[in-house]
Write a protein that binds this ligand. Structure first.
Ligand SMILES: Nc1nc2c(c(=O)[nH]1)N[C@H]1C(S)=C(S)[C@@H](COP(=O)(O)O)O[C@H]1N2
Ligand SMILES: [Mo]
Length: 248
């Protein structure tokens, strides 16, 4: 539930009805003022986390959208999927869910889609504007039914990094349910290409580039991140100390 300033104030005034004597005390008054400020701060930060990322006009798209990190996952499995045009790729949703999912790309593309033109910001110092199309993550999570203990979503990717460990990322439920968080299968009006994460990658528009997991095979709902790979919530977080929360 979202705590609004109004419910906080109504709550406070109901609570205070008939509390005039208490209210006479200056320290009590300052306490309620502090509580109100705290409520307001919480509300402001929640509101900020749910605000939409800026969207752009088609003509503002970058002529070339740079590809970064893995541009072609190694191994025979991925090569075969690419030859098959990903007809046999499955996107799984499991972990702390009531109804685990295993979707084909045809099924994913048949879901209601969102298209958004946003700017991607990489920590390495470049940005690009592109048009992404995909299924809102919220729709998948609604279908799977998150269990009450689920707090994070882990995105398992098909590419392994130099050290042989797979790329992965994770986000919390606020980002997961954000309206611009989609499992993108289209870029600039075409099906997503291999360099940009085919057949499906995460777009989590209020976060820096490395959070946008490409080549997603499995979305796992977990209660904490400590037991996942290196325990810091992402490949770069584990290996180089990048921030887990990379909000922009
Ligand atoms: N699976 C996977 N996802 C990944 C990466 C990667 O190497 N592997 N690189 C990340 C980084 S650092 C960036 S900036 C973006 C780049 O996305 P792009 O290739 O579509 O530009 O993907 C992110 N997601
Ligand atoms: Mo990046």
């Amino acid at each position: 539930m979202i705590i609004t300033r109004r419910t906080a104030l109504i709550g406070a005034s109901t609570l205070l009805a008939g509390c005039d004597r208490l209210n006479e005390s200056a320290s009590f008054r300052s306490l309620t003022a502090q509580a109100e400020r705290a409520n307001f701060t919480i509300q402001r930060s929640l509101q900020d986390r749910m605000a939409l990322a800026r969207e752009f006009a088609p003509e503002q798209r970058s002529r070339v959208f740079r590809a970064n990190g893995t541009r072609l996952p190694q191994g025979e499995d991925y090569a075969r999927h690419a030859v098959e045009k990903f007809a046999n790729w499955r996107l799984k949703v499991d972990g702390l869910v009531a109804r685990p999912l295993s979707l084909s790309m045809a099924e994913l593309r048949a879901m209601p889609a969102r298209t958004q033109i946003t700017r991607h910001d990489c920590v390495e110092g470049w940005s690009a504007i592109g048009q992404w199309t995909g299924a809102p993550l919220k729709l998948l999570l609604d279908a799977a039914g998150l269990k009450p203990t689920a707090r994070f979503l882990v995105f398992h990717c098909a590419d392994t990094m130099r050290s042989g460990v797979p790329y992965y990322e994770s986000i919390d439920l606020i980002d997961a349910l954000h309206p611009q968080t989609i499992l993108a299968w289209g870029l600039n009006g075409a099906l997503l290409d291999v360099a940009h994460g085919a057949p499906v990658r995460l777009r989590v528009e209020r976060q820096l580039g490395y959070k946008h997991a490409k080549y997603v095979e499995r979305i796992e709902a977990v209660s904490d991140l400590a037991s996942v790979y290196g325990g810091k919530g992402g490949y770069w977080e584990d290996s180089t100390g990048y921030e887990w929360y990379a909000g922009i």
